[in-house]
Design a protein around this ligand. Structure first.
Ligand code: NAD
Length: 287
């Protein structure tokens, strides 16, 4: 492969949930054309609605003009047919945190897209090396881990799989910067750096409630007032999604084979009950 960086204009996004919608907004705002794919029409419609509302807030704060608002929305096409992504120069996968589902998507994308297309994953914890092994282009697979809410958070954690090439890395680093983000390079291990540190802290906060040490509100207040965290760990868990938190803890637990990463039984129970945090209306708090 030559050292020339890939030219990226059209970005495909697979998964139009919390993260996919945010990534689509940021990419379109930076001037890229976006094709946003999900399994059903109502899911992509909901994503468009979310993006429109988020941009409307930017308009109210006079960060974008009326005409920019319209232009940004125009750059986003939604699609329920995966084949629509054939036009993409780079695809960002943002489907649910599930290894088997992600492996299947990577294999499907690999077989249908031109060989030079870069495949990035927004996974919070799953091995990039494993996802790359589902394709015949492991040098063009990379982790592009955005933070939630994507339009606000500055960081993109860039994860190199064992075969990720320098050209792929540099292309995606430049793309992240074009999105207005700061990209930080890490290597591939369960949870990478961000969730290796954050998720055990959230899990431990859940244990303190499970063991009756303090109330939900007290745990969050302690971390906010005592440690200057802008949001308590339990409120943050609700915001991230308790199913996402549990999936990440399981990846850490199984990946390191170390009991220190065992997910708290209370977290499992909440997810079993369908209490997933903000997105389901109930988690540690009511929404
Ligand atoms: P979400 O549940 O809000 O959205 C996932 C979307 O993927 C859903 O709309 C679902 O219909 C779609 N989907 C599932 N399988 C699909 C398939 N085979 N093809 C197409 N679409 C499919 O989840 P999310 O919070 O947006 O998380 C998405 C990814 O981003 C996960 O890997 C998660 O770990 C990661 N992530 C999440 C956060 C967060 O705070 N929520 C932060 C960083 C990274």
């Amino acid at each position: 492969m030559s050292e020339k960086l890939e030219q990226i204009k059209n970005i495909g996004i697979v998964g139009a949930g919390t993260m996919g919608a945010g990534i689509a907004q940021v990419a379109a705002r930076a001037g890229f054309t976006v094709i946003l794919h999900d399994l059903r029409e109502e899911l992509v419609e909901h994503a468009k609605h979310t993006i429109n509302n988020s941009l409307r807030l930017e308009l109210e704060k006079e960060r974008i003009s009326e005409s920019e608002h319209k232009k940004i929305l125009k750059r986003i096409t939604t699609a329920v047919d995966l084949q629509t992504l054939l036009r993409a120069d780079l695809v960002i996968e943002a489907i649910s945190e599930n290894l088997a589902k992600k492996m299947e998507i990577f294999s499907n994308l690999d077989s249908m897209l031109k060989p030079e297309v870069i495949l990035a994953s927004n996974t919070s914890s799953i091995s990039i090396t494993k996802l790359a092994a589902a394709t015949a282009r492991p040098d063009r697979v990379i982790g592009m881990h955005f933070m939630n809410p994507v339009p606000i958070m500055k960081l993109v954690e860039l994860i190199r799989g064992i075969s990720t090439s320098d050209v792929t890395f540099k292309t995606v680093k430049k793309l992240s910067e074009d999105f207005g983000k700061v990209a930080i390079e890490v290597n591939d291990a369960p949870g990478f750096v961000s969730n290796r540190i954050l998720m055990p802290m959230i899990n431990e906060a859940i244990f303190t409630v499970y063991e009756g040490l303090a109330t939900i509100q007290s745990v969050d207040e302690i971390m906010k007032l005592g440690m200057r965290h802008p949001m308590g760990p339990l409120q943050l868990a609700d915001f991230i999604g308790l199913d996402v938190c549990l999936a990440i803890m399981n990846v850490l637990y199984e990946g390191f084979n170390d009991p220190k990463y065992r997910p708290c039984p209370l977290l499992k129970k909440y997810v079993d009950a369908g209490w997933l945090g903000c997105k389901s209306g109930k988690g540690f708090y009511q929404y």
